[in-house]
Ligand binder design. Sequence first.
Ligand code: UTP
Length: 290
Amino acid sequence: MTKIKKAVIPVAGFGTRFLPVTKAQPKEMLPVVDKPSVQYAVEEAVRAGIKDIILITGNSKRAIEDHFDSNFELEYNLKTKKKTQALKAVQKIAKLANFIYIRQNKALGNGHAILCAKSVIGKEPFVVIWPDDLIDSPQNCIQQMIEVYDQYQSPVIGVLAVTKKEVEKYGIIKNKYITKNVHQVLGVVEKPKLSKAPSNLAILKGYVLTSSVFGILEKLKPGKGGEIWLADAVMKLLKTHSVFACEFKGKIYDVGSKAGWLKANIAYALKHPELKEEIKKFIAKDLKKI
Ligand code: UTP
């Protein structure tokens, strides 16, 4: 059995939902409290045993590379000023994993971004993580997906039960319940009306895929908006492979949208030891006066 060691994190999109802030800086670097959203994805992957993080980057994404590198000048400055805690927080980032950067020279879609990783992945199974999908969960979602892959040796889709209102925003699976947090995927309906939704299990966070997806992506025609979508390739995969879904428990924040990002910041600040009291008071008292 091949152990999953590689994760692909696509970060080359334009982030149009977050303009104008994303004009010259990556949305993946926008902070949730004090860490950029992409760092949450990397840390969760590393805790799940991932060694190689493959970031698919593009124009205006240089800050991501700098973030996961060491910064000698800054470290020297913090050392001299004896800011030990800040120094530790900064130094640990570059040591999290082996970081590999692949440039997607045209943002042709998230499926095309995954295809850019083909030669680095080779024949190994790998994880895909959408850094926009921040799930506040007591469990490690990536580890759960890997465990499902290890058991069934088939591609795995991450899913979460969403409310009736949210069903129309996501790809929704038609499922056959297998056990605990595992379902077999019988089909997918993209952004269905509630009355047409086969379940309330929404596709998000990521996948475990095998190299067979690359052959499909290579032949895939552009879909909605003229982009090459990973979701379309996975739909095709379903015709020839058993695909399983790993159901997460937790609260999803779409940090690639303004409202989702703001909500995530409030929720995470309310759990942050240094901030929670001040933010709680701000919400309970000060906000009421505005
Ligand atoms: P999105 O569908 O959220 O697109 O991409 P986007 O451009 O980032 O954001 P909006 O919708 O315009 O606001 C999902 C993930 O795939 C990456 C994005 O960076 C994001 O992490 N992506 C998307 C690529 O790497 N390349 C692409 O061509 C498109």
